[in-house]
Design a protein around this ligand. Structure first.
Ligand SMILES: C[C@H]1O[C@@H](n2cnc3c(N)ncnc32)[C@H](O)[C@@H]1O
Ligand SMILES: [Zn+2]
Length: 434
Protein backbone atom coordinates (compact mmCIF):
# COMPACT_ATOMS: atom_id res chain seq x y z
CA UNK A 1 0.00 0.00 0.00
CA UNK A 2 1.36 3.45 -0.92
CA UNK A 3 -1.77 5.50 -0.31
CA UNK A 4 -4.60 5.30 2.22
CA UNK A 5 -8.08 4.81 0.69
CA UNK A 6 -10.21 7.91 1.31
CA UNK A 7 -13.92 8.60 0.95
CA UNK A 8 -16.66 11.17 1.50
CA UNK A 9 -18.13 8.85 4.11
CA UNK A 10 -16.12 6.91 6.69
CA UNK A 11 -17.50 4.45 9.23
CA UNK A 12 -15.27 3.77 12.23
CA UNK A 13 -16.58 0.63 13.91
CA UNK A 14 -16.21 -0.33 17.55
CA UNK A 15 -14.20 2.29 19.39
CA UNK A 16 -14.22 3.23 23.06
CA UNK A 17 -15.19 6.76 24.10
CA UNK A 18 -15.34 7.24 27.86
CA UNK A 19 -16.82 3.93 29.01
CA UNK A 20 -18.95 3.25 25.94
CA UNK A 21 -18.24 1.10 22.87
CA UNK A 22 -19.57 3.03 19.86
CA UNK A 23 -19.32 3.53 16.09
CA UNK A 24 -18.50 6.90 14.53
CA UNK A 25 -19.87 8.00 11.17
CA UNK A 26 -18.04 10.73 9.25
CA UNK A 27 -19.59 12.56 6.31
CA UNK A 28 -18.09 15.40 4.29
CA UNK A 29 -15.30 15.93 6.83
CA UNK A 30 -17.64 16.19 9.84
CA UNK A 31 -18.82 13.82 12.51
CA UNK A 32 -22.32 12.81 11.36
CA UNK A 33 -23.21 10.42 14.19
CA UNK A 34 -21.75 8.64 17.22
CA UNK A 35 -23.50 5.71 18.88
CA UNK A 36 -23.72 1.99 19.44
CA UNK A 37 -26.30 1.60 16.64
CA UNK A 38 -24.65 3.94 14.12
CA UNK A 39 -23.93 2.15 10.84
CA UNK A 40 -24.94 2.23 7.19
CA UNK A 41 -23.03 2.08 3.94
CA UNK A 42 -19.74 3.97 3.85
CA UNK A 43 -17.02 4.48 1.23
CA UNK A 44 -14.37 3.54 3.80
CA UNK A 45 -14.79 1.31 6.86
CA UNK A 46 -12.23 1.27 9.69
CA UNK A 47 -12.41 -1.61 12.17
CA UNK A 48 -11.54 -0.07 15.54
CA UNK A 49 -11.41 -3.35 17.47
CA UNK A 50 -12.10 -1.46 20.70
CA UNK A 51 -9.43 1.21 20.12
CA UNK A 52 -9.64 4.23 22.41
CA UNK A 53 -10.94 7.23 20.42
CA UNK A 54 -9.83 10.74 21.33
CA UNK A 55 -10.30 14.08 19.60
CA UNK A 56 -7.32 15.05 17.40
CA UNK A 57 -4.68 17.06 19.25
CA UNK A 58 -3.95 20.75 18.54
CA UNK A 59 -0.36 21.93 18.95
CA UNK A 60 -0.73 25.68 19.57
CA UNK A 61 2.92 26.74 19.54
CA UNK A 62 5.73 25.39 17.43
CA UNK A 63 8.38 26.27 14.88
CA UNK A 64 7.82 23.19 12.76
CA UNK A 65 10.87 23.29 10.48
CA UNK A 66 13.14 23.42 13.54
CA UNK A 67 13.01 19.63 13.38
CA UNK A 68 16.15 20.15 11.25
CA UNK A 69 17.87 21.65 14.33
CA UNK A 70 16.96 18.75 16.64
CA UNK A 71 19.96 18.08 18.89
CA UNK A 72 22.01 20.89 17.31
CA UNK A 73 22.33 22.98 20.49
CA UNK A 74 21.14 21.80 23.88
CA UNK A 75 21.74 22.62 27.52
CA UNK A 76 22.22 26.38 27.16
CA UNK A 77 20.55 29.54 28.58
CA UNK A 78 17.80 30.90 26.31
CA UNK A 79 19.30 34.23 25.12
CA UNK A 80 22.73 32.68 24.58
CA UNK A 81 21.15 29.70 22.81
CA UNK A 82 19.16 31.93 20.43
CA UNK A 83 21.85 34.47 19.66
CA UNK A 84 24.98 32.29 19.43
CA UNK A 85 23.55 29.04 18.04
CA UNK A 86 20.01 29.16 16.65
CA UNK A 87 19.84 32.50 14.83
CA UNK A 88 23.27 32.13 13.14
CA UNK A 89 22.23 28.75 11.75
CA UNK A 90 18.74 29.93 10.77
CA UNK A 91 20.40 32.67 8.69
CA UNK A 92 21.35 29.87 6.23
CA UNK A 93 17.85 28.36 5.90
CA UNK A 94 16.26 28.05 2.47
CA UNK A 95 12.64 27.56 1.45
CA UNK A 96 13.45 23.97 0.53
CA UNK A 97 14.85 23.37 4.05
CA UNK A 98 11.65 24.70 5.58
CA UNK A 99 9.55 22.52 3.28
CA UNK A 100 11.51 19.40 4.26
CA UNK A 101 11.70 20.29 7.94
CA UNK A 102 7.98 21.00 8.08
CA UNK A 103 7.19 17.70 6.34
CA UNK A 104 9.20 15.93 9.03
CA UNK A 105 7.37 17.87 11.76
CA UNK A 106 4.02 16.93 10.19
CA UNK A 107 5.04 13.28 10.04
CA UNK A 108 6.06 13.35 13.69
CA UNK A 109 2.88 15.14 14.72
CA UNK A 110 0.63 12.78 12.77
CA UNK A 111 2.39 9.75 14.25
CA UNK A 112 1.65 11.13 17.71
CA UNK A 113 -1.99 12.12 17.17
CA UNK A 114 -1.77 15.81 16.30
CA UNK A 115 -4.06 17.10 13.54
CA UNK A 116 -3.35 20.85 13.67
CA UNK A 117 -0.55 23.21 14.63
CA UNK A 118 0.19 26.89 15.13
CA UNK A 119 3.51 27.68 13.48
CA UNK A 120 5.82 30.72 13.54
CA UNK A 121 8.82 30.56 11.27
CA UNK A 122 10.31 31.65 7.94
CA UNK A 123 9.59 30.71 4.27
CA UNK A 124 6.00 29.99 5.29
CA UNK A 125 4.83 29.51 1.71
CA UNK A 126 7.03 26.41 1.70
CA UNK A 127 5.62 25.37 5.08
CA UNK A 128 2.12 25.73 3.58
CA UNK A 129 3.08 23.40 0.73
CA UNK A 130 4.20 20.78 3.28
CA UNK A 131 0.99 21.10 5.34
CA UNK A 132 -1.13 20.89 2.21
CA UNK A 133 0.54 17.64 1.14
CA UNK A 134 0.36 16.08 4.60
CA UNK A 135 -3.36 16.86 5.03
CA UNK A 136 -3.06 18.56 8.41
CA UNK A 137 -4.56 21.87 9.52
CA UNK A 138 -2.29 24.78 10.40
CA UNK A 139 -2.14 28.45 11.19
CA UNK A 140 1.08 29.79 9.69
CA UNK A 141 2.83 33.01 10.66
CA UNK A 142 6.02 34.58 9.34
CA UNK A 143 8.25 35.32 12.37
CA UNK A 144 8.38 39.15 12.37
CA UNK A 145 11.71 40.30 13.95
CA UNK A 146 12.70 43.94 13.33
CA UNK A 147 15.26 44.28 16.15
CA UNK A 148 14.11 47.91 16.63
CA UNK A 149 15.53 48.90 13.24
CA UNK A 150 13.39 50.89 10.82
CA UNK A 151 14.85 49.44 7.64
CA UNK A 152 14.48 45.93 8.94
CA UNK A 153 10.88 46.71 9.93
CA UNK A 154 10.02 47.65 6.33
CA UNK A 155 11.47 44.32 5.17
CA UNK A 156 9.48 42.38 7.78
CA UNK A 157 6.28 44.20 6.80
CA UNK A 158 6.81 43.24 3.15
CA UNK A 159 7.62 39.65 4.07
CA UNK A 160 4.49 39.39 6.24
CA UNK A 161 2.24 40.89 3.54
CA UNK A 162 3.69 38.54 0.93
CA UNK A 163 3.27 35.46 3.15
CA UNK A 164 -0.32 36.26 4.11
CA UNK A 165 -1.29 36.94 0.48
CA UNK A 166 0.31 33.68 -0.70
CA UNK A 167 -1.40 31.60 1.98
CA UNK A 168 -4.77 33.23 1.33
CA UNK A 169 -4.31 32.67 -2.41
CA UNK A 170 -4.10 28.91 -1.78
CA UNK A 171 -7.74 29.02 -0.70
CA UNK A 172 -7.25 25.88 1.38
CA UNK A 173 -9.59 26.02 4.39
CA UNK A 174 -7.18 23.78 6.35
CA UNK A 175 -4.40 26.38 6.12
CA UNK A 176 -4.77 29.81 7.71
CA UNK A 177 -2.42 32.76 7.79
CA UNK A 178 -1.52 34.67 10.95
CA UNK A 179 0.89 37.47 11.84
CA UNK A 180 3.85 36.49 14.01
CA UNK A 181 5.46 39.35 15.95
CA UNK A 182 8.19 37.30 17.66
CA UNK A 183 8.30 38.99 21.12
CA UNK A 184 8.60 42.37 22.85
CA UNK A 185 12.40 41.99 22.97
CA UNK A 186 12.75 41.50 19.21
CA UNK A 187 9.96 43.71 17.78
CA UNK A 188 9.65 47.50 18.16
CA UNK A 189 6.36 49.02 19.38
CA UNK A 190 5.90 50.39 15.84
CA UNK A 191 6.30 46.86 14.47
CA UNK A 192 3.86 45.49 17.05
CA UNK A 193 1.31 48.17 16.14
CA UNK A 194 1.65 47.38 12.45
CA UNK A 195 1.15 43.64 13.13
CA UNK A 196 -1.98 44.33 15.22
CA UNK A 197 -3.48 46.60 12.58
CA UNK A 198 -2.68 44.21 9.73
CA UNK A 199 -4.18 41.23 11.56
CA UNK A 200 -7.34 43.26 12.19
CA UNK A 201 -7.58 44.31 8.55
CA UNK A 202 -6.98 40.77 7.30
CA UNK A 203 -9.07 39.15 10.04
CA UNK A 204 -6.28 36.70 10.92
CA UNK A 205 -4.63 35.48 14.12
CA UNK A 206 -1.67 36.87 16.06
CA UNK A 207 1.02 34.46 17.27
CA UNK A 208 3.55 35.89 19.73
CA UNK A 209 6.01 34.79 22.45
CA UNK A 210 5.08 36.35 25.80
CA UNK A 211 6.81 36.62 29.19
CA UNK A 212 8.93 33.53 28.68
CA UNK A 213 11.75 34.60 31.04
CA UNK A 214 12.16 36.88 34.02
CA UNK A 215 14.80 38.82 32.08
CA UNK A 216 12.30 39.60 29.32
CA UNK A 217 9.87 41.07 31.87
CA UNK A 218 12.54 43.08 33.74
CA UNK A 219 14.05 44.52 30.54
CA UNK A 220 10.62 45.45 29.23
CA UNK A 221 9.73 47.30 32.44
CA UNK A 222 13.10 49.08 32.42
CA UNK A 223 12.74 50.17 28.78
CA UNK A 224 9.04 51.01 28.62
CA UNK A 225 7.72 51.18 32.18
CA UNK A 226 5.25 48.43 31.23
CA UNK A 227 5.07 44.70 31.72
CA UNK A 228 5.11 42.76 28.39
CA UNK A 229 1.34 42.01 28.27
CA UNK A 230 0.52 45.70 28.88
CA UNK A 231 2.94 46.80 26.16
CA UNK A 232 1.48 44.27 23.72
CA UNK A 233 -2.02 45.39 24.66
CA UNK A 234 -1.17 49.09 24.18
CA UNK A 235 0.01 48.12 20.68
CA UNK A 236 -3.27 46.27 19.95
CA UNK A 237 -1.79 42.76 20.04
CA UNK A 238 -3.97 41.22 22.79
CA UNK A 239 -7.40 40.10 21.59
CA UNK A 240 -9.45 36.93 20.98
CA UNK A 241 -7.35 36.13 17.88
CA UNK A 242 -4.11 36.12 19.93
CA UNK A 243 -2.18 33.02 20.91
CA UNK A 244 0.58 34.03 23.36
CA UNK A 245 3.19 31.31 23.84
CA UNK A 246 4.85 30.48 27.18
CA UNK A 247 3.25 33.11 29.51
CA UNK A 248 5.49 31.86 32.33
CA UNK A 249 6.18 35.12 34.13
CA UNK A 250 2.66 36.56 34.28
CA UNK A 251 1.36 38.15 37.48
CA UNK A 252 -2.33 38.13 38.42
CA UNK A 253 -2.97 41.50 36.72
CA UNK A 254 -1.38 40.18 33.50
CA UNK A 255 -3.72 37.16 33.66
CA UNK A 256 -6.74 39.42 34.21
CA UNK A 257 -5.73 41.42 31.15
CA UNK A 258 -5.49 38.30 28.96
CA UNK A 259 -8.83 37.06 30.31
CA UNK A 260 -10.58 40.42 29.79
CA UNK A 261 -9.33 40.54 26.20
CA UNK A 262 -10.37 36.93 25.50
CA UNK A 263 -6.81 35.99 24.50
CA UNK A 264 -5.25 32.50 24.59
CA UNK A 265 -2.13 31.36 26.47
CA UNK A 266 -0.18 28.41 25.03
CA UNK A 267 1.61 26.39 27.72
CA UNK A 268 4.91 24.83 26.59
CA UNK A 269 6.12 22.90 29.64
CA UNK A 270 8.87 20.83 28.00
CA UNK A 271 10.57 23.83 26.43
CA UNK A 272 10.19 25.82 29.65
CA UNK A 273 11.79 23.08 31.74
CA UNK A 274 14.59 22.48 29.25
CA UNK A 275 15.42 26.18 29.01
CA UNK A 276 15.02 26.48 32.79
CA UNK A 277 12.82 29.55 32.66
CA UNK A 278 12.33 29.01 36.37
CA UNK A 279 8.59 29.51 36.54
CA UNK A 280 5.55 27.60 35.29
CA UNK A 281 2.71 29.34 33.46
CA UNK A 282 0.12 30.29 36.15
CA UNK A 283 -2.60 27.94 34.92
CA UNK A 284 -5.01 28.57 37.81
CA UNK A 285 -4.81 32.38 37.55
CA UNK A 286 -5.32 32.30 33.79
CA UNK A 287 -8.26 29.94 34.09
CA UNK A 288 -9.85 32.03 36.86
CA UNK A 289 -9.37 35.13 34.72
CA UNK A 290 -11.24 33.46 31.84
CA UNK A 291 -8.30 33.35 29.43
CA UNK A 292 -8.06 30.46 26.97
CA UNK A 293 -5.38 27.98 28.01
CA UNK A 294 -3.98 25.63 25.39
CA UNK A 295 -0.88 23.50 24.84
CA UNK A 296 2.12 23.48 22.50
CA UNK A 297 5.43 21.69 22.04
CA UNK A 298 7.58 24.64 20.85
CA UNK A 299 10.23 23.87 18.23
CA UNK A 300 12.43 20.79 18.18
CA UNK A 301 15.51 22.74 19.27
CA UNK A 302 13.95 23.19 22.70
CA UNK A 303 11.77 20.09 23.16
CA UNK A 304 13.18 17.95 21.18
CA UNK A 305 10.14 16.29 19.62
CA UNK A 306 6.59 17.17 18.60
CA UNK A 307 4.73 14.64 20.75
CA UNK A 308 1.66 16.26 22.34
CA UNK A 309 1.08 13.21 24.57
CA UNK A 310 4.39 13.88 26.29
CA UNK A 311 3.42 17.53 26.46
CA UNK A 312 0.14 16.70 28.20
CA UNK A 313 1.93 14.65 30.82
CA UNK A 314 4.60 17.30 31.40
CA UNK A 315 1.92 20.02 31.65
CA UNK A 316 -0.07 18.12 34.27
CA UNK A 317 3.08 17.28 36.23
CA UNK A 318 4.83 20.65 35.99
CA UNK A 319 1.71 22.48 37.18
CA UNK A 320 1.37 20.17 40.16
CA UNK A 321 5.06 20.34 41.02
CA UNK A 322 5.61 24.07 40.60
CA UNK A 323 2.39 25.25 42.26
CA UNK A 324 2.61 22.54 44.92
CA UNK A 325 -0.87 21.13 44.33
CA UNK A 326 -1.75 17.50 43.67
CA UNK A 327 -5.19 18.53 42.36
CA UNK A 328 -4.13 21.21 39.86
CA UNK A 329 -4.61 20.46 36.12
CA UNK A 330 -6.32 17.05 36.32
CA UNK A 331 -6.30 14.68 33.32
CA UNK A 332 -9.64 15.78 31.81
CA UNK A 333 -8.59 19.46 31.82
CA UNK A 334 -5.19 18.56 30.37
CA UNK A 335 -6.82 16.73 27.47
CA UNK A 336 -9.16 19.71 26.91
CA UNK A 337 -6.13 22.03 26.75
CA UNK A 338 -4.62 19.84 24.05
CA UNK A 339 -7.85 19.51 22.03
CA UNK A 340 -10.93 21.78 22.23
CA UNK A 341 -9.06 24.73 23.80
CA UNK A 342 -6.39 24.52 21.11
CA UNK A 343 -8.96 24.44 18.33
CA UNK A 344 -10.66 27.51 19.86
CA UNK A 345 -7.32 29.32 20.14
CA UNK A 346 -6.58 28.73 16.45
CA UNK A 347 -10.11 29.50 15.31
CA UNK A 348 -10.74 26.00 13.98
CA UNK A 349 -13.90 24.06 14.64
CA UNK A 350 -12.59 20.77 16.00
CA UNK A 351 -11.03 19.04 18.97
CA UNK A 352 -14.37 17.55 20.09
CA UNK A 353 -15.87 14.11 19.48
CA UNK A 354 -19.37 15.42 18.91
CA UNK A 355 -21.93 15.29 16.15
CA UNK A 356 -21.40 18.24 13.80
CA UNK A 357 -17.77 18.91 14.78
CA UNK A 358 -14.91 18.62 12.30
CA UNK A 359 -13.91 14.95 12.10
CA UNK A 360 -10.57 15.11 13.95
CA UNK A 361 -10.27 11.62 15.41
CA UNK A 362 -7.34 9.73 16.90
CA UNK A 363 -7.33 6.02 17.73
CA UNK A 364 -5.04 4.55 20.40
CA UNK A 365 -3.94 0.95 20.59
CA UNK A 366 -6.19 -0.66 23.19
CA UNK A 367 -3.76 -3.52 23.69
CA UNK A 368 -0.59 -1.46 24.21
CA UNK A 369 1.07 -1.92 27.60
CA UNK A 370 0.39 1.76 28.39
CA UNK A 371 -3.36 1.11 27.94
CA UNK A 372 -3.45 -2.02 30.09
CA UNK A 373 -5.56 -2.14 32.14
CA UNK A 374 -8.04 0.38 30.77
CA UNK A 375 -9.69 1.63 33.97
CA UNK A 376 -9.75 5.18 32.67
CA UNK A 377 -8.91 5.96 29.01
CA UNK A 378 -8.32 9.69 29.66
CA UNK A 379 -5.98 8.96 32.56
CA UNK A 380 -4.03 6.54 30.38
CA UNK A 381 -3.88 9.06 27.51
CA UNK A 382 -2.48 11.84 29.72
CA UNK A 383 -0.36 9.99 32.28
CA UNK A 384 0.56 6.64 30.78
CA UNK A 385 0.78 6.68 26.98
CA UNK A 386 2.94 8.69 24.65
CA UNK A 387 2.43 9.29 20.95
CA UNK A 388 3.59 5.81 20.01
CA UNK A 389 0.24 4.40 21.19
CA UNK A 390 -1.50 6.21 18.29
CA UNK A 391 -2.48 3.92 15.41
CA UNK A 392 -4.89 5.95 13.27
CA UNK A 393 -5.36 9.70 12.72
CA UNK A 394 -8.20 11.45 10.90
CA UNK A 395 -8.22 15.19 10.17
CA UNK A 396 -11.33 16.84 8.70
CA UNK A 397 -12.46 13.34 7.68
CA UNK A 398 -9.25 12.53 5.81
CA UNK A 399 -7.27 9.54 7.08
CA UNK A 400 -3.66 10.75 7.61
CA UNK A 401 -2.40 7.57 9.28
CA UNK A 402 -3.99 4.13 9.34
CA UNK A 403 -2.64 1.28 11.46
CA UNK A 404 0.57 3.29 11.89
CA UNK A 405 1.06 3.73 8.12
CA UNK A 406 1.74 7.26 6.85
CA UNK A 407 2.22 7.56 3.07
CA UNK A 408 5.66 8.74 1.96
CA UNK A 409 7.40 8.30 5.32
CA UNK A 410 10.73 7.06 3.92
CA UNK A 411 11.06 9.98 1.47
CA UNK A 412 10.17 12.49 4.17
CA UNK A 413 12.88 11.13 6.49
CA UNK A 414 15.48 10.98 3.71
CA UNK A 415 14.59 14.53 2.57
CA UNK A 416 14.94 15.91 6.09
CA UNK A 417 18.31 14.20 6.62
CA UNK A 418 19.64 15.71 3.40
CA UNK A 419 18.27 19.17 4.22
CA UNK A 420 19.75 19.13 7.75
CA UNK A 421 23.17 18.07 6.48
CA UNK A 422 23.08 20.73 3.74
CA UNK A 423 22.13 23.44 6.23
CA UNK A 424 25.04 22.61 8.53
CA UNK A 425 27.45 22.37 5.59
CA UNK A 426 26.44 25.84 4.32
CA UNK A 427 26.85 27.33 7.80
CA UNK A 428 30.31 25.74 8.20
CA UNK A 429 31.37 26.95 4.74
CA UNK A 430 30.39 30.53 5.49
CA UNK A 431 32.40 30.36 8.75
CA UNK A 432 35.59 29.35 6.96
CA UNK A 433 35.03 32.19 4.44
CA UNK A 434 34.95 34.75 7.28
C1 LIG B 1 10.55 32.33 14.99
C2 LIG B 1 11.82 32.43 15.79
O1 LIG B 1 11.59 32.00 17.13
C3 LIG B 1 12.75 31.32 17.57
N1 LIG B 1 12.51 30.51 18.77
C4 LIG B 1 12.54 29.16 18.87
N2 LIG B 1 12.31 28.79 20.14
C5 LIG B 1 12.15 29.93 20.87
C6 LIG B 1 11.90 30.21 22.23
N3 LIG B 1 11.75 29.23 23.13
N4 LIG B 1 11.81 31.51 22.61
C7 LIG B 1 11.97 32.50 21.71
N5 LIG B 1 12.19 32.29 20.41
C8 LIG B 1 12.28 31.02 19.99
C9 LIG B 1 13.14 30.54 16.34
O2 LIG B 1 14.46 30.04 16.44
C10 LIG B 1 12.96 31.58 15.26
O3 LIG B 1 14.10 32.38 15.11
ZN1 LIG C 1 8.64 29.45 20.39
Amino acid sequence: MTEIPQGESVLIRDVEIGRARVNIRVEGGRIAAIGADVGGEAAVVIEGGGAVALPGLYNTHTHAAMTLLRGYADDMPLQDWLSTKIWPLEAHLTGEDVYRGTKLACLEMIRSGTVAFNDMYFFMEDAARAVDEMGMKAQLAYGFIDLFDEEKREKEIKATEKTVAAIKRRGNPRIRAAVGPHAVYTVSPEGLRWCAEFSRQQNIGIHVHLSETEGEVKDCIEKTGMRPPTLLDKCGCINPRTVAAHCCWLDTADCTLLGDRGAHASHNPTSNMKLAVHRAMPYAWLKDAGAGVCLGTDGCASNNNQDMFEEMKFAALLQKFFWNSQTLLPAEQTLAMATANGAAAMGFDGGRLEKGAAADIVLLDRNAACNTPLHNPVSNAVYSCNGSAVTTVICNGRILMQDRFVPGEEEILAGARTAAAGLLARAAESQTEE
